[in-house]
Design a protein around this ligand. Structure first.
Ligand SMILES: *[C@@H]1O[C@H](CO)[C@@H](O)[C@H](O)[C@H]1NC(C)=O
Ligand SMILES: *[C@@H]1O[C@H](CO)[C@@H](O)[C@H](O)[C@H]1NC(C)=O
Ligand SMILES: *[C@@H]1O[C@H](CO)[C@@H](O)[C@H](O)[C@H]1NC(C)=O
Length: 274
């Protein structure tokens, strides 16, 4: 190599090392999270006033609704509930890898839940309720192995309940009420020992109640009111000893309440009105 091209080569290497070093520092400081938040803001149609302090400056941890890890400055929590936000949830939310807590309830968000939500691998709490979200519940949500609360009620979601939701080991609250979900209640959901709350009221679910529902040994709230379920009440229902509220009214469920219902410790059992 001629000396001049050698120098150029060396300069390139130095530049590359500097650039990579900067990128690593950015990542380590959660510095990239500020840019991701700005992309999320851009997805909301009308955030200029509500998120006026989201200005692209360096201190994203001080922005409205944002909470960060004190050392890494990575975003841990995003609470933008009831701010009248429109527009969509940007796929850029998937870049917030440390995010544990998302509350976007009570806005006017539309569009689909982005598949990239499955990249927020630290998520424990996701509340997108009371918006105008439509389309399917993305299967990618099943990648969120830390998720404990999934609250998507009062939207316009369609399609089936993904059977893969049963792959979320710590899911305690699953509230999908008041959407337009169709298909059966996936049987595998019933084999979750930590599930405490299953809210499916006000959808268009079909199929029958499975005898497996009493495998939900941690469940206290079971609400399928106002769907299109058919069949009879499973005989095993007397074994659902943890249930406190069981509402299967406003369906097409027929037949007798099983004789062993007396064993059931439910505070509220609503079966009337088919
Ligand atoms: C989000 O913030 C609102 C308003 O400050 C608060 O009422 C709500 O409880 C917070 N959400 C959660 C889940 O903590
Ligand atoms: C139940 O099915 C009937 C007949 O297909 C339909 O008209 C009705 O809207 C459905 N109800 C719900 C809650 O999906
Ligand atoms: C209820 O549980 C008992 C004990 O686990 C079992 O032997 C019985 O078959 C169950 N009854 C029904 C109707 O599933």
């Amino acid at each position: 190599m001629a000396p001049s091209s050698l120098r150029r080569w060396a300069a390139t290497v130095v530049l590359l090392v500097v650039v990579l070093g900067l990128a690593a520092a950015e990542g380590a400081e959660g510095g990239g999270d500020g840019a991701a938040l700005m992309a999320v803001k851009a997805g909301f149609g009308n955030a200029a006033n509500a998120l006026a302090d989201w200005d692209g400056g360096r201190d994203h941890c001080a922005w409205r609704g944002v909470a960060c890890d004190a050392n890494s400055f990575a975003v841990l929590s995003l609470n933008l509930s009831n701010l009248n936000l429109g527009g969509e949830i940007s796929p850029a939310i998937g870049e917030l890898k440390a995010l544990q807590f998302v509350d976007l309830k009570g806005n006017r968000l539309t569009g689909q839940i982005p598949d990239e939500i499955g990249d927020c691998v630290s998520l424990k709490y996701l509340d997108l309720s009371f918006n105008l979200l439509y389309g399917d519940i993305p299967f990618s949500i099943s990648k969120l192995k830390q998720l404990e609360d999934l609250i998507l009620k009062n939207n316009q979601l369609t399609g089936p309940i993904p059977s893969t939701l049963s792959q979320i080991p710590n899911l305690k609250i699953l509230d999908l009420a008041q959407n337009q979900l169709t298909g059966d209640i996936p049987r595998l959901i019933y084999w979750n020992e930590v599930l405490q709350y299953l809210g499916l009221r006000g959808n268009s679910l079909t199929g029958t109640l499975s005898p497996d529902m009493c495998q939900l040994t941690g469940l206290w709230y079971f609400d399928v009111r106002g769907n299109n379920l058919t069949g009879t009440i499973p005989q095993s229902i007397g074994n659902c000893t943890s249930f406190e509220i069981l509402d299967i009214s406003y369906n097409k469920i027929s037949g007798e309440i099983p004789y062993n219902i007396g064993f059931l410790q439910v505070a509220t059992l609503v079966t009337s009105r088919k």
